[in-house]
Design a binder for this molecule. Structure first.
Ligand code: ADP
Ligand code: MG
Length: 331
């Protein structure tokens, strides 16, 4: 899998760091202009450091002919989504770029431009990383660091019986967007297909909403493997059970069209992954605070935490169902 034509000679490793990555570190305290072996980071008093890492591989997490700026943004955003779900404010990131030999300068510049735009949009700065080449697929690993007031990180393990289960945004668009990117869902209108594909290529991490969730969420996770699988993770970590009402799961109009036309099944949407929404549990009476924090972002109650273990799933008509698979498995 190559990611661009070979042009007139490539930058050497150090040129590449100086030309592409150093500008992305400019002005970030502790990055030391990427001129040292390591960054030296300061955690503000009263705050803790939240660290998360996600690797994206061409052909698995994005398509190798996707636009380079969007690949860059997705790599960063999947990490920002994890920070948001933990209630952390983004601060720094490190980037390990494993580039196919012959990746063109133009491709690399567009990739760096994408990072620059999202750094500005989300208030995060590059502080280090590693760069190497491969005969295999383009692989990008980002480690993102954020701050949370001491003791306030929202864990997976805090759900309590009686909590309501909430999710932001809509579920299933990412999985449908991957189908569209592969030429599927041809029967949907072009605007719907474009919406879904953009949800797959360019997830919207809920950083602003995340900055409020520690005030009302008992437990939270970002939905990346599939709604059902990620809810299972929260329930297991919290040692509680849950009820999920599939009929309440929020779907975008294009996803509703895909369901109505028979092109997708509800089971596929709630197990598909790549949503990057925040799933959290809160006491039902937190609803007013949740709505205030959400602003224009939809938040929907989709179930209840109960004592015991396991997830009971009710179909839209109320009958209990069992799913053959709950989410994306990496291996
Ligand atoms: P080392 O020999 O220790 O691996 P490098 O020569 O790879 O060091 O890196 C030199 C500097 O450039 C370090 O500060 C490193 O963090 C930074 N750097 C290298 N690659 C990247 C990258 N992809 N993104 C950001 N910083 C990078
Ligand atoms: Mg190195």
């Amino acid at each position: 899998m190559t990611t661009g034509a070979i042009t007139t000679g490539n930058w050497g490793e150090f040129d590449l760091i100086a030309r592409l990555f150093r500008p992305l570190a400019a002005g970030t305290p502790g990055a030391l202009e990427l001129k040292d072996d390591a960054a030296l980071l300061t955690v503000p008093p009263g705050q803790e450091l939240v660290a998360t890492s996600d690797a994206l591989v061409a052909g698995i997490h994005f398509l190798s002919d996707d636009p380079p700026d969007l690949i860059a943004k997705k790599s960063l955003r999947v990490n920002l989504s994890d920070l948001a779900a933990k209630g952390a404010r983004p601060a720094f990131y490190l980037l390990s770029a494993i580039l196919p030999r012959g990746t063109s300068r133009e491709w690399l510049q567009r990739f760096a431009n994408g990072l620059a735009e999202d750094q500005a949009a989300f208030g995060i700065g590059l502080v280090g990383g590693d760069t190497t080449t491969t005969d295999g697929p383009l692989t990008l690993s980002i480690t993102a660091l954020g701050f949370v007031p001491t003791g306030r990180m929202v864990r997976r393990s805090g759900a309590r019986p009686g909590d309501a289960i909430f999710v932001t945004g809509t579920i299933g668009d990412g999985a449908l967007g991957l189908l569209v990117s592969r030429g599927g869902l041809a029967a949907l209108g072009s605007a719907s297909r474009a919406h879904l594909r953009s949800r797959y290529r360019l997830p919207e991490p809920h950083v602003a909403f995340g900055s409020h969730i520690s005030s009302f969420a008992h437990a939270a996770i970002d939905v990346s493997d599939g709604l059902v699988a990620d809810l299972d993770h929260v329930l297991a970590a919290s040692d509680v059970g849950g009820r999920l009402e599939l009929g309440r799961v929020p779907l975008s109009p294009p996803a509703q069209d895909a369901l109505a036309s028979g092109a997708a099944r509800l089971e596929d949407l709630v197990t598909g992954g790549d949503d990057y929404e925040i799933l959290f549990t809160s006491p039902p009476e937190a609803w007013a605070a949740i709505r205030a924090a959400a602003g224009g972002l939809p938040v929907t109650e989709i179930g209840t935490v109960i004592a015991g273990q396991g997830l009971a799933i009710a179909a839209p008509d109320g009958t209990p169902i069992t799913l053959a698979r709950t989410g994306f498995r990496h291996f």
